[in-house]
Design a protein around this ligand. Structure first.
Ligand code: ASP
Length: 436
C-alpha cells in the first residue's frame, strides 16, 4: 500500500482535479490523502473569526462568496447533469451545515467543525469526479479512524485498529480517498491536526500500515539545497535522512510539515517528495539511510526573537538554566536555539504571544535583552565525517554578515546561525555561492 498526499494547489481548480484523477490511477493499492482546495481553509478561518466577533452579517457574506466559488467549480468539473446536480447537492449540504452555526454562540467545537468542511468537500468532489469518469474508488472518511488523545497526540492504537478493520472490509477496490488534516478528539468531537496537518495525516496512515512509501505531492520537485525564492540555480536533493529532513522542515523549508517526519521515521517508512507538475521526476527520497557527506542544504526561518539573560548569578551556579527554561515551559513557548557563556544565556523563540510575561519573569534572574526580527539560517548535512571543515566553510562564507548566535554540535546534522532578518538574503546567497 502506498499513501499519496496532495496539497491544496493540487486540487485547487477543476483542471487540477482532472489532472489528479489521471495521476492517481494504477494497479497498486493506494490511499489518497487530500487537503482542502487552496484558499478554502484560510477562508473558513476568516469566517470563524467573524463568528467569534459576532459579525454574523459579514460571516454570511463570506460564506455565500465561498459557496459561489464552489458552485462555479462544480459546473466546470463535471460533464453530466447527473454529477453537476450531485455536486450541487454536496455543496448545499456542507454550506447549510456551516450556516447552522451563524446564529449560535460560537465555541471552539463549532470552529473545528467548520474548518473540517474544506477537506470533506474536496474529497467528496474528487470521489464523484472519479466515479463520473468510470474509475472505482472507495471513500474513506478520516473521521472514522483518525483520532487524537487527551494530550492532542495521535492515538496510534485507535488509528491502526480502525484503519485495519475498514480496509479489511473492502476487498474489491484498491484506490481509497480520504481527508487530510481532520480527526476526532478523545471525546469523539471533530478536531484537526493543526494547520498544514494533511502531511501529518499521510504520515500517520503510512506509519500504522507500515506502508511501502508515503508520497507528499506539491508543486516543487523536492527539497532544494537552498531557498529558490532568494537564491538562483538551487537544485532538488535526491536523498536525505529523516534527521536532515526534520531540520530543514522545521527551519523554514515549507515543502513538508515538520510533524510528519516522526511517524514514518519510527517505522522506517520512506517518504518521497514529488512534484504534481512534473510527475515523472524522482523527487526527494527521505529515509533512515544517511547518504552523502558534508553540507547538503540550507533553509531559513524568519520571525525569530532572540532573548539574552545576563546574570552574575549564573557564574559557577547550577540550576540557573532550569529556572530560565521553566519560564518558557510555563508559557508553553518552545525554544529553538540556545547558546551560553559563563555569565549569560541567549535563546530564540518564534512565538511571541507571551513575550511580555516571559520578559518580566526572566527579569527576576538577570538583565534581559530582546532582539526581534531575526532569522535562523540552518545548514544541514552530515557533519560527522567532515566536522572541522564544515564549520570553517560556513563561518568563512558568512564573514561579512554580523552573526548574533552560532549553534554547532547540538546534532550531527545541523549548524545554525542567527542573523538580522534584513541580512538573511545576503547570508543565503553567500552560503550558496561558497558552499555549493
Ligand atoms: N487544509 C489545511 C490547511 O490549510 C490542512 C492542509 O492543507 O494541510 O492548513
Amino acid at each position: 500500500m502506498r499513501v499519496l498526499k496532495f496539497g491544496g494547489t493540487s486540487v485547487g481548480s477543476p483542471e487540477r482535479i482532472k489532472n489528479l484523477a489521471q495521476l492517481v490511477q494504477t494497479d497498486e493499492s493506494r490511499i489518497i490523502v487530500l487537503s482542502a482546495m487552496a484558499g478554502t481553509t484560510n477562508a473558513l478561518v476568516e469566517i470563524t473569526e467573524l463568528l467569534y466577533q459576532e459579525q454574523n452579517d459579514l460571516a454570511n457574506e463570506k460564506i455565500t462568496e465561498l459557496e459561489q466559488q464552489y458552485r462555479d467549480r462544480i459546473d466546470d468539473l463535471y460533464a453530466s447533469e447527473e454529477y453537476k446536480s450531485k455536486g450541487n447537492e454536496l455543496i448545499t449540504s456542507h454550506f447549510n451545515y456551516i450556516r447552522n452555526f451563524v446564529f449560535r454562540s460560537f465555541t471552539t467545537l463549532q470552529e473545528k467543525a467548520i474548518l473540517a468542511q474544506g477537506e470533506l468537500i474536496s474529497t467528496a468532489m474528487f470521489h464523484y469526479y472519479l466515479s463520473e469518469s468510470g474509475v472505482n474508488s472507495v471513500f474513506l472518511p478520516a473521521l472514522n479512524f483518525m483520532r487524537i488523545d487527551k494530550d492532542g497526540e495521535p492515538d496510534y492504537f485507535y488509528i491502526k485498529e480502525n484503519l485495519d478493520r475498514i480496509l479489511s472490509e473492502e476487498t474489491e477496490h484498491n484506490l481509497y480517498i480520504t481527508q487530510g488534516f481532520i480527526c476526532r478528539n478523545v471525546y469523539g468531537e471533530i478536531d484537526n491536526l493543526k494547520r498544514g496537518g494533511s502531511d501529518y495525516t499521510a504520515s500517520l496512515i503510512g506509519s500504522v500500515l507500515q506502508s511501502e512509501e508515503v508520497q507528499i505531492w506539491t508543486d516543487i520537485d523536492g527539497f532544494h539545497n537552498n531557498d529558490p525564492r532568494y537564491v538562483e540555480n538551487t537544485k532538488a536533493l535526491e536523498q536525505l535522512s529523516f534527521d536532515e529532513a526534520a531540520e530543514l522542515a522545521y527551519f523554514g523549508a515549507k515543502i513538508m510539515h515538520p510533524s510528519s517526519i516522526m511517524p514514518c521515521k519510527s517505522q522506517s517508512v520512506p517518504v518521497r517528495l514529488k512534484n504534481t507538475l512534473s510527475p515523472t521526476d524522482a523527487g526527494t527520497l527521505i529515509s533512515n539511510d544517511l547518504v552523502g557527506k558534508g553540507i547538503k542544504a540550507i533553509a531559513a526561518k524568519d520571525g525569530i526573537t532572540a532573548i539574552k539573560i545576563k546574570s552574575g548569578r549564573m557564574l559557577l551556579a547550577y540550576g540557573f538554566l532550569r529556572k530560565v527554561f521553566e519560564v518558557f515551559e510555563i508559557y508553553k513557548t518552545p525554544i529553538d536555539m540556545i547558546t551560553t557563556s559563563e555569565v549569560a544565556v541567549s535563546l530564540t523563540i518564534d512565538d511571541n504571544s507571551n513575550l511580555k510575561e516571559i520578559e518580566s519573569e526572566l527579569a527576576k534572574y538577570g538583565s534581559v535583552e530582546i532582539d526581534q526580527n531575526q532569522s535562523i539560517i540552518c545548514i544541514v548535512g552530515d557533519f560527522i565525517s567532515e566536522s572541522a571543515g564544515s564549520a570553517k566553510k560556513v563561518l568563512g562564507a558568512l564573514e561579512n554578515i554580523p552573526l548574533r548566535m552560532i549553534s554547532y554540535g547540538g546534532s550531527k546534522h545541523n549548524i545554525s546561525v542567527l542573523v538580522n532578518q534584513e541580512d538573511k538574503i545576503a547570508a543565503l546567497q553567500a552560503l550558496s555561492s561558497q558552499l555549493f
